[in-house]
Structures are given as C-alpha cells and as structure tokens.
Design a protein around this ligand. Sequence first.
Ligand code: HEC
Length: 120
Amino acid sequence: MQPFFSAWGRKLSLGLIALLLLLFSWSWWGVGAKLDPYTETVLGLSGEVSHGASLFALNCAACHGEEADGRVGPSLRGVSRRRSERFIIQQVTSGNTPPMPQFQPDPQEMADLISYLKTL
Ligand code: HEC
C-alpha cells in the first residue's frame, strides 16, 4: 500500500505544481498584454510628422486614400480623436482585420505614423 499512496501523492503534487504554473503564466500573460514592450516603447517616443506622412503615402494611402479620406479602408480623418494610440498600434501591427495587412514598423516608424495620423 505504501508505494501506491506515495505514487498518488507525487502525481497530486505534480498536478498542483502544473496548475500553479498555469495560473502564474496566465496572470503573467495578462500583465504582458497591458505592458507590451513594443507598445510601451512606441508610446514613449515622439514621432516625426513628415516621416509619418511618407510612411503613410507608401504603406497606407492605397487603401485609406492619398488624403486619408477612405477608399478600401475607412477614412482616417480625425482617427486619433476616435481611437486611442494603443488601439491604432494594435490595428496596424496585429493583422486582425483583413484585408488590412499586418505591418511591422519599428517603434520609431510607428510613433511617426501616429503623429501623422494626429494631424488628420
Ligand atoms: C489592404 C488595404 C489596407 C492597407 C494597406 C491599410 N489599411 Fe488600415 N484598414 C483597412 C481596412 C479594410 C480597415 C477596416 C478594418 C475593420 O475594422 O474591419 C482598416 C482600418 C484601419 C484603422 C482603424 C480605423 C478605425 O476608425 O477604426 C486604422 C487606424 C488604420 N486602418 C490604419 C492604417 C495604417 C496606419 C496603414 C498603413 C501602415 C493602413 N491602415 C494600411 C485597409 C487597409
């Protein structure tokens, strides 16, 4: 009987450890979503409007229009009054809303884009 019980005891404690690890990684994930380092870096930078404008012309104007007044994609006029910077960063980098592709601008480029969008 002794080995039987201790085997179960081991399984139980391994199970508990696995459960704790799972809970821990969940909560870690939650923190990670709020403090995503890319987003935090972008928010900490000051963008350059003119560079943002050329990035926009190159990457975004085909869908959102040369004047950002909408074509395939919606008009982005006044978008920064409707949407938070976090939302815009997520929108540009996630690829969650096809046909808008997933972009991977480096943090400075993302900050430049945002500062351009703020002028619309
Ligand atoms: C292939 C076409 C396409 C390209 C290229 C594109 N977009 Fe979009 N974009 C869309 C579409 C379509 C939507 C609407 C997505 C949805 O919500 O379903 C959208 C939505 C958005 C929104 C959200 C607007 C709102 O009011 O919610 C933002 C901000 C945005 N795009 C910014 C950009 C930026 C910045 C770029 C360039 C880096 C870009 N897009 C390139 C098609 C495109």
